[in-house]
Design a protein around this ligand. Structure first.
Ligand code: SF4
Length: 489
C-alpha cells in the first residue's frame, strides 16, 4: 500500500481480504442487527451535536453579541467550525482557553483574562458565556466567577453577561439552545416589565433552526399579515450576510432593546417547542400577553395551524397572498404526489424537525417507516405515534428513540426503504443502502446553499416536494434502459 506521496505504508494491523469481505457481509444481516440493537455502552455516529453548539447559535442571534466558550479551545473550534461549515459563513466566537492548569485549579483566571481581552478587542455590546465539558466536570461556578470578575474590575459592573451551564455529557444542541436563550432573555428583560404597557408586537422564537431561509420566510409571512414582531435570536443576517468586501463581525441579530422590551409583548410564540421547553416555561410565568406554542410549520396542516393562529391572535384576516400560496403548495403536491406516493422513508433528526418531516410525508401519501431520534423522550415517542395514527400511511412506521445512525444503517439494510431524510451524517447509511439522502436537517456540510431554501410554510412545502420528487425522477432517468428514457416523466 502506498500513500499519496507514493511512499510505502505499513498498516498497524493487517486483515486478510476474505476476512474483510466476510465481516462486510455479516454487518448486513439480521443477526448483526440484533447485536447492534443490544449494544448499550457505545454510541456510533449520533444524530446530534453537543449542547454548546446550540448555545453559540443563540448568541449569534443577538445584536453585537460575542459568544464566549468557557472551556477548552478545541471545543470552541468544533462549535465554530460546525456552524461555519453548515452556513459557509464566519462564526466568530472566543474561548477562555482552559488547559491542564485550568482543569486542576479551576478556570476562573482564564475567564477573567478572556473577558478583559474580548471586551477591549472585539467591542461587543453583550458577551454570552456558556461552558464546555471540562469546567462542568470540575464544577466551575459561573455565578461566582462572573460576580468576582465584576468586583475585581475585569469587566464593567453593568456590562451584559448572560451565562449558561451547557454540560455536553448531558442533553444535546437543542438543550444548549434552550439554556442560553433562557439566560439571555432573563438577563435582558430583568426589571423591564412595565405595568399596563403592551408593545402590540409578536415575540417570535423559531427554536433550534439553522435554515436562514426559514427565518426570512417567517418574516415575510408576518409582513404579509402586517403583524409587528420581534424575532428573538434572529440568526438570518448573522449567517447569511452579503459578500461585499467588508467584514462585519456582528451582522444582524435581534436588537437588545427590542429583546428587553419583549417582556411587554402582545403575544409570545414558539414554533420549536422541544428546543425551547425551559425558555417557554419561564416566559409563560413572566411575560405579559398571550403565550402560544405550536409545532414547526412543515407541511400543509401545520402551516394552516400557524397561519390561522396568527389571524386569530392579531384579529386579522388571512391575506389573499397567503391563501394563494397555499393553493400553489397544494397544486405542487397534487402534481407531484405520484412520484412519492407509497414510498418508504427513513427519517431522523431533532424532535421539532422530525415531527415536521413526518407530517409532510403523510400528507404526500409517503410512508415514514424508520423514525429515529438520537436524543428523544417518551413524550416525543407518544407524539410521533399519535401523528402516525392519523393516517393509513403511518401504520407501518416504527419509532426508535435514543438510537444512532449505526442503528439506522442496520434498519435500512435489513428492511429497505426508498430514501432517507436527515443531515449530512446520514450519507454513509444512504450510500451503503443505495438510496438518496434528502438533506433538510443540521448540519449540512456537503451541499451548498441549502440553508437558504425555506422548508417551513407553504413555500417550504413546494421546496420539499420539488427536492424529493425531482430526485426520484432523476433516478428513473439515470437507471432506465434506452426504451424507457422518456421526455415526459
Ligand atoms: S462533547 Fe464536550 S469535550 Fe466534546 S466538543 Fe462538546 S463540549 Fe467539548
Amino acid at each position: 500500500m502506498a500513500n499519496n506521496l507514493g511512499l510505502a505504508v505499513k498498516p498497524v494491523t493487517e486483515y486478510a481480504e476474505e476476512e474483510v469481505k466476510k465481516v462486510c457481509e455479516w454487518i448486513n444481516t439480521e443477526e448483526y442487527k440484533e447485536k447492534n440493537f443490544a449494544r448499550q455502552a457505545l454510541v456510533i455516529n449520533p444524530a446530534h451535536a453537543c449542547q454548546p453548539v446550540g448555545a453559540e447559535l443563540v448568541a449569534h442571534g443577538f445584536e453585537q453579541t460575542l459568544p464566549m466558550v468557557h472551556g477548552s479551545q478545541g471545543c470552541a473550534s468544533y462549535f465554530r467550525s460546525t456552524l461555519n461549515r453548515h452556513f459557509r459563513e464566519p462564526a466568530p466566537a472566543v474561548s477562555s482557553a482552559m488547559t491542564e492548569d485550568g482543569a486542576v485549579f479551576g478556570g476562573q483566571n482564564n475567564l477573567f483574562e478572556a473577558l478583559e481581552n474580548a471586551y477591549v478587542l472585539y467591542k461587543p455590546k453583550m458577551i454570552s458565556i456558556f461552558t464546555s465539558c471540562m469546567p462542568e466536570i470540575i464544577g466551575d461556578d459561573l455565578t461566582a466567577f462572573i460576580k468576582n470578575a465584576r468586583q475585581k474590575g475585569h469587566i464593567p459592573q453593568d456590562f451584559p453577561l448572560p451565562y449558561a451551564h451547557t454540560s455536553s455529557f448531558n442533553g444535546c444542541h437543542i438543550h444548549g439552545y434552550d439554556a442560553m436563550l433562557l439566560s439571555i432573555l432573563q438577563y435582558l428583560t430583568g426589571g423591564k416589565q412595565i405595568e399596563g404597557r403592551c408593545t402590540g408586537k409578536l415575540n417570535f422564537i423559531a427554536g433550534f433552526d439553522v435554515n436562514t431561509g426559514n427565518y426570512r420566510e417567517y418574516k415575510r409571512i408576518f409582513k404579509e399579515f402586517g403583524i409587528p414582531y420581534t424575532f428573538l435570536a434572529d440568526i438570518s443576517d448573522s449567517f447569511d450576510s452579503p459578500c461585499d468586501g467588508v467584514y462585519r463581525p456582528y451582522p444582524g441579530g435581534t436588537r437588545l432593546d427590542d429583546a428587553a422590551d419583549s417582556i411587554n409583548g402582545k403575544v409570545t410564540m414558539t414554533v420549536g417547542p422541544y428546543a425551547t421547553t425551559k425558555t417557554f416555561g419561564w416566559i409563560k410565568d413572566n411575560y405579559s400577553g398571550k403565550h402560544v406554542s405550536l409545532p414547526t410549520p412543515f407541511g400543509i396542516a401545520k402551516t394552516d395551524a400557524f397561519v390561522m393562529k396568527l389571524a386569530e391572535l392579531f384579529g386579522k384576516p388571512v391575506p389573499e397572498s397567503i391563501k394563494a400560496e397555499r393553493g400553489s403548495a397544494v397544486d405542487a403536491m397534487t402534481d407531484a404526489h405520484q412520484y412519492v406516493h407509497g414510498k418508504k422513508f427513513a427519517v431522523y433528526g431533532d424532535p421539532d424537525y422530525l415531527l415536521g418531516y413526518i407530517s409532510f410525508l403523510l400528507e404526500m401519501g409517503a410512508k415514514p417507516y424508520h423514525i429515529l431520534c438520537s436524543k428523544g423522550s417518551k413524550k416525543l415517542e407518544k407524539e410521533i405515534q399519535a401523528l402516525l395514527d392519523t393516517s393509513p400511511y403511518g401504520k407501518d412506521g416504527k419509532i426508535y428513540i435514543n438510537k444512532d445512525l449505526w442503528h439506522m444503517r442496520s434498519l435500512c439494510i435489513t428492511d429497505p426503504v426508498d430514501a432517507i431524510i436527515g443531515d449530512t451524517h446520514g450519507k454513509f447509511v444512504a450510500r451503503d443502502a443505495g438510496i438518496p439522502l434528502f438533506r433538510f436537517g443540521f448540519p449540512i456540510f456537503d451541499r451548498v446553499n441549502l440553508h437558504r431554501h425555506p422548508l417551513i410554510g407553504y413555500q417550504g412545502v413546494i421546496n420539499m416536494v420539488s427536492a424529493i420528487c425531482n430526485k426520484f425522477i432523476d433516478i428513473v432517468d439515470e437507471t432506465c434502459d434506452d426504451r424507457h428514457f422518456e421526455m415526459m416523466r
